[in-house]
Design a binder for this molecule. Sequence first.
Ligand SMILES: *[C@@H]1O[C@H](CO)[C@@H](O)[C@H](O)[C@H]1NC(C)=O
Length: 273
Amino acid sequence: MRAVTVILLCLALCAFVDAAKKKKVEKVEAVDELESLIDDIDESKKERDVSDKAPKPLETNPCENFVCGWGKECVIDKKNRPKCECISKCPTDEDPLDQVCGSNNQTFTSLCELYRQRCVCKHKGKECADVQNAKIHLEYLGGCKKLDECTDELMAQFPERMSDWLFQVMKELKKRRELSGKDWEELVSEAESDDEKKHVYPVIWKFCDLDIKPHDKSVSHHELIPITAPVIPMESCIKPFLEGCDANKDGSISIKEWGKCLGLKEGEIQERC
Ligand SMILES: *[C@@H]1O[C@H](CO)[C@@H](O)[C@H](O)[C@H]1NC(C)=O
């Protein structure tokens, strides 16, 4: 569901439809899954749980159904128990479309390579190119490049552009019946015939959509990656804009900060998730 949203966001915002579209779509889905996976897996807990249990019968592969975070793979230790280690080798098909730009403005040949590097550096492995890489994350899809400047004019237009675009996305999802929850479908219908609501509901909806891992009524930097990664190369303002939304600079965006940032009035900012 979220992957679809991201794709639509990208298509609607970037008017970016070319021969590479299919490939892009797959890639965006991969990113989406990836970022969710990273959040989902508490590896230390998982590994502990497994070692507490009695060893499984030999005929089953202990790595089957044993999930490791991105950049890691399951290996079987001497006692036939699964454990997660940094991936030893990422697939190499050298497709330029697989390139990603890391938060250090360094191009990696694939997401796998980026997260492998992070894993290796976290564990102080020999292949770590720079200790700083232990904290690296995905900045955007595609190789690093010089981004267009986010001018004051573009920045000023951005909130309205973003809420228009979110409304288009919502309508499209409703048409496909992929809008999560019946309530939102009704709210879109309401918004379609009411210009005020048209700018309000999509903003609240997107907040709820982003605030899921964890669902804690605030959107962290991490939760923004699925929305920013496909868009940054074409919309240089999205990152500074979203950074600016964290008005009190506490590292996450509350519904109040989000609403205000996207131009809602005090009374319009209502929690619905
Ligand atoms: C990031 O790297 C690209 C390509 O190497 C370069 O053109 C660009 O100026 C760099 N951006 C920053 C902010 O350093």
